[in-house]
Write a new protein. Structure first.
Length: 86
């Protein structure tokens, strides 16, 4: 039940809050919940709605998605090392 409420808050924050607020919520959820696959999905949605091509990233629109996937794998690895996951 907590995860569903957290997912709803995360989706609403993507639409109504700044992108950095949604990113912090997604990273916090990844640290708290086991296998929080919503993190790369949230960063993908942020890319879809708010990304603009920038020259320094080779005009790519999927920068946040790649960052979200990297953060997801880093957090999952750290949770396994520190035995926080169940």
């Amino acid at each position: 039940m907590r995860r569903i409420v957290y997912d709803i808050l995360l989706i609403l924050s993507i639409f109504y809050m700044p992108f950095w607020f949604s990113a912090v919520l997604a990273v916090g959820g990844a640290w708290y919940f086991p296998a929080f696959y919503e993190l790369p999905l949230a960063f993908f949605l942020i890319d879809i709605f708010y990304a603009i091509p920038e020259r320094r990233f080779f005009s790519s629109l999927s920068v946040m998605t790649l960052i979200g996937a990297a953060i997801f794998f880093i957090i999952e690895t750290l949770k396994k090392k520190f035995l926080y996951s169940k």
